[in-house]
Design a protein around this ligand. Sequence first.
Ligand SMILES: [Zn+2]
Length: 285
Amino acid sequence: MKYDIKSKLSDQFLETKIELLEYLINQAKQGKSNKSFTQDIDNYLSEKEHFPYMTSYCMVGPKYGLGCLLGHFLYHYINEPDFTKQVFLLTDLLEYIQAFRPSKNALLKQTTTVKLIGLIEDFGIFSAFFRNSDHRPLRIHYIPYDRADSNGHYYPNLNIIALYKYKENSYPEYVFIHEIAHLITHNLTGSPHKVPDSFNEFNKTFHPTWKPRSTDDIIEIFVDLFSIAIMAETEFASRNPLIDRFSDHGLKMIKDYFITLTRKLKYAKQSPILSRLAQKPPGTS
Ligand SMILES: [Zn+2]
């Protein structure tokens, strides 16, 4: 009988995910292909993920968030023809899953997420921009566990934001906007490791003495300043721990920079389907 991968993905328990990964790793180690599970994974994902009409993102709640996140990784990994490489990828994924810990803390609410997306749209960034350059929509997966190393992650190749249960004294609203900013940098530069050239110029005036230690350093500064631009002077300002560190003048400079940057962005990256619709004369269907 064929291994029932869908039922292993369908609950929120870490144990079943670990068992599934161990099974797939074993198969690959014996040189047996896992490819035949591709369709089952695809079916599982399309059953559980629903994209509301005309939106460029979907949210997958804590019940199926972990299964769907894992499903997206597996969909690619099990098609790796080199078994040694496949074992390596799956083992990495197993370690990622094993680092989740049960937690009594909360997750960011989906209703709050929608409000935060509203803030981004009010700032002038269409949610159409959440699609990546392949027009792959954004998935937001709520994972009902926490992990020591972070409160959330953005996976650029999958265009997924995974949000974990947050720790005491942390700000899940800020984490979400921070992760969205990673998506924006990726869309702007085509790389998760680069910031727009204009940001390096901006930094020379904004922070003349500061020298980044690494490229990742400057990316984290970019995404943090983005979160400030979006959240300052809104009902969520108190949910961003960085805003208080800047003077009014500093906040204005940050905001002005991101307004100029994102004005260009929404036209440059608008999806072809939406731009065609936008160009239709009113009254035609
Ligand atoms: Zn970051």
